[in-house]
Write a protein that binds this ligand. Structure first.
Ligand SMILES: [Zn+2]
Ligand SMILES: [Zn+2]
Length: 239
């Protein structure tokens, strides 16, 4: 498996950056995890949008879904020329008008998911988990060929995190806060919590959903001497 960070920021990007979006290449499949602001043009560096096999939307906040609209326009232009292959979309149902736009989109094959559901795309396993965020939000564990990747989406502490970290080789995790600004009632985790989870389960994490208010120096300090890395846009990680 190969994970490429297209956008690592939330809730808005730094100058020249993009918000949450990741390309996971597994076997011969291209899986797009969230489609934040700026994701579409970043994706074009790596694949043609028509080569997307699966889109997983963790939830319908705009920093994870902004560019789904322009992706729909792209597929609209393809279908107008006779193209017929629809990407599989997995997303929660609860997401207002934008969710309805995706659900009604004639160019996508949409599967509504919630925590506890399991799906398969050929021989790739997708296990979904309910996360703790102000709107319905799912995390996902993706397994293939003995390798396990997990994505937390947006969340604060919840038992689902243990399920996601346990047995995973790499976890892409929501590190929107540093400990000094964090508490249990916020919508996101903090970097130091993710480091603790990695220590507990002996795995590695790419920490993303970076708030642009933090300096790179402070972020790097928070993962010193750990198995965690702060995500870098344009960087790929082999799992
Ligand atoms: Zn977010
Ligand atoms: Zn969110």
């Amino acid at each position: 498996m190969k994970l490429t960070v297209l956008g690592k920021y939330g809730p808005f990007p730094k100058n020249g950056g993009a918000t949450s979006s990741y390309l996971l290449q597994v076997a011969n499949k291209n899986i797009l995890l969230d489609v934040g602001a700026g994701a579409f043009s970043r994706l074009l560096h790596y694949i043609k949008p028509e080569d997307i096999d699966v889109i997983i939307l963790s939830h319908f906040h705009f920093d994870h879904t902004s560019d789904i609209g322009v992706l729909i326009y792209y597929f609209q232009s393809l279908f107008a020329k006779g193209y017929t292959k629809k990407p599989l979309v997995f997303c929660p149902e609860d997401g207002g008008a934008l969710a309805q736009t995706v659900i009604d989109c004639p160019y996508f094959d949409v599967n509504l998911v919630r925590g506890g559901e399991i799906s398969m795309v050929e021989d790739i396993d997708l296990d979904f988990y309910e996360m703790r965020h102000p709107v319905q939000s799912v995390g996902v564990k993706i397994s293939h060929g003995g390798k396990v990747f997990a994505y937390t989406g947006d969340t604060n502490t919840t038992v689902s995190l243990d399920d996601l970290f346990e047995g995973s080789d790499l976890v892409l995790a929501d590190g929107a806060f540093l400990q000094k600004d964090w508490n249990e009632n916020l919508p996101h985790l903090c970097v130091e919590r993710i480091v603790q989870l990695c220590n507990k389960y002996g795995n590695k994490s790419i920490i993303s959903h970076i708030n642009p208010k933090y300096s790179e120096e402070d972020l790097q300090k928070s993962v010193e001497n750990s198995t965690c890395e702060i995500a870098q846009e344009g960087k790929s990680y082999i799992i």
